[in-house]
Design a protein around this ligand. Structure first.
Ligand code: CTP
Length: 453
């Protein structure tokens, strides 16, 4: 059970925040709500109060009858300064919906309403779920504001695409659905719990800049201004994530169990280091980092087209997607019927190796990182051949014979091979940890390789 502080700003999507509260409380979390004055024009406090079982706060000047306590917790004997107390007791602070106006105010550090004051005072993970008209979302001011907040360590929950509030309008800007909002909150809480459990890792950060002793994500959360001049500021990073699906017929496919978590963790970590990230995402059911330029693909051929379009302009390629090596030679346009069939034989033909193709067109200054899924203890040795065969700067190897790490798991344990000219290969082992921290270690290696070039 966690204490979740929900900030609701003034957009039509505020109604979805009610469903989020219902899901969060049903999952056992204690929720308190702060509303902006404008949000009350869309949903009243009474609804949130009824669902959370706690008073809703709007203004710094009203007293909190619960004195900053969350449902299930005893109220303190003294009467604290409400906005500081409520956020000080939170395990996570989610602002959903976050309007363009609230986002801009957070960038500027404004404290002209209780929600913004609480955000300034927050030391717990801060998550933002933007929701607005698509033209407002695509405006360079909003894009820049989101990138700034992401670089400060704010977790972005990307809006969806589809019908918008104005009649007949479609585009990007719909608030992410309540289950995705809750999943993002729970992921941030799990990351935070893992960071607290784990002792500091001086080697990883010392390699990066010699100054910090905690991983990048924890650093960003504890010092919200640190990421604005991140170590990858200005770098254009292309990340592929997820697993491709090769159609057999209109509903069936040949796929793999990649969840996309490793690629998404890399995208988020690169954003937090100040990079401009393009995320080519294949069939991933996770909320994408809001500051990434998202390109959704389904098949290996679509992933190849998207990568070929994005690769020439990128400085770093992180090829984490599990790309199908074979695809059905012919996909049926309609659903195949089982009647009249004793068995079904599929003829598979090889797909192009996307990474090798990109590597063949690389230009000076680009850093290419591949991922290799290998079986057994000799995984790293087997993978060395791939490093040179695919013309890569680094290869992240994981042992897929283990079910507790890697594919479809929240954790990973990898060996990072990096090429250091005249055939020298350095090997770095990253012991089992969260994919967020594996991402930090991979980016440390990338920065080392870029610094050398
Ligand atoms: N990859 C790719 N295109 C493919 C297959 C793989 O770009 N058609 C990329 C993956 O994204 C990964 C790397 O190549 O970064 C290594 O993938 P892996 O499956 O381990 O290697 P393969 O070259 O496919 O070799 P094999 O499956 O035979 O071990």
């Amino acid at each position: 059970m966690a204490r979740i502080l929900l900030g609701v700003s003034g957009g039509i999507a505020a109604y979805k925040a009610l469903e989020l509260v219902r899901l969060a409380t049903a999952a056992g979390h204690a929720v308190r709500v702060i509303q902006t004055p404008t949000s009350r024009r869309f949903v009243g406090e009474a609804s949130f109060a009824a669902l959370t079982g706690a008073p809703v706060l709007v203004s710094e000047f009203e007293r909190d009858p619960a004195r900053g306590a969350y449902p299930g917790d005893p109220a303190p004997a003294h009467d604290p300064i409400s906005h500081l107390e409520l956020v000080a007791n939170a395990d996570a602070f989610l602002i959903a919906p976050a309007t363009a106006n609230t986002i801009a105010k957070l960038v500027g550090g404004f404290a002209d309403n209780l929600l913004c004051s609480a955000a300034l005072a927050a030391r717990c993970p801060l998550l933002l779920a933007p929701a607005m008209n698509d033209r407002m979302y695509e405006h360079p001011a909003t894009r820049a504001n989101l990138a700034t907040l992401a670089a400060r360590g704010v977790v972005m929950i990307a809006p969806g695409e589809g019908r918008l509030a104005s009649a007949g309008e479609e585009g990007v800007g719909r608030l992410a659905e309540p289950p995705a909002l809750l999943a993002a909150c729970e992921a941030a809480l799990a990351d935070r719990a893992a960071a607290v459990r784990r002792p500091p890792q001086p080697d990883a950060s010392a390699e990066r800049n010699g100054a910090h002793d905690t991983p990048g994500r924890a650093r960003a959360a504890s010092d919200p201004l640190d990421g604005t001049h991140g170590t990858l500021a200005g770098a254009r990073v292309l990340v592929t994530a997820g697993g491709t699906r090769e159609p057999i017929d209109s509903v069936r496919f040949v796929g793999n169990s990649s969840s996309g978590r490793m690629g998404y963790a890399l995208a988020q970590a690169a954003i937090e280091r100040g990079a401009d990230v393009t995320l080519v995402s294949a069939n991933v059911a996770l909320p994408a980092p809001g500051a990434a330029h998202l390109r959704e693909v389904r098949t290996a051929a679509e992933l190849k087209r998207a990568c070929e379009a994005e690769f020439p302009a990128c400085d770093v390629l992180l090829m984490a997607a599990a790309v199908a090596d074979f695809t059905p030679a012919a996909a049926a346009a309609e659903k195949l019927k089982k009647a009249d069939r004793g068995s079904l034989e599929l003829v598979l033909e090889p797909t192009a190796d996307v990474l090798s193709g990109l590597s063949a067109q690389r230009h000076a200054g680009q850093t290419l990182v591949g991922f290799a899924a290998e079986h057994g203890r000799d995984a790293a040795r087997t993978a060395r051949g791939k490093l040179s065969a695919k013309g890569l700067d680094a290869l992240v190897v994981n042992d897929i014979s283990r079910s507790d790490i890697g594919f479809d798991s929240a954790e990973n344990e990898v060996t990072i091979l990096s090429a250091h000219g005249n055939g020298e290969v350095a090997e770095r082992h990253v012991a089992r940890t969260t994919k967020t921290e594996v991402a930090e270690a991979i980016l440390d290696t990338v920065e080392g390789l870029r610094g050398r070039g």
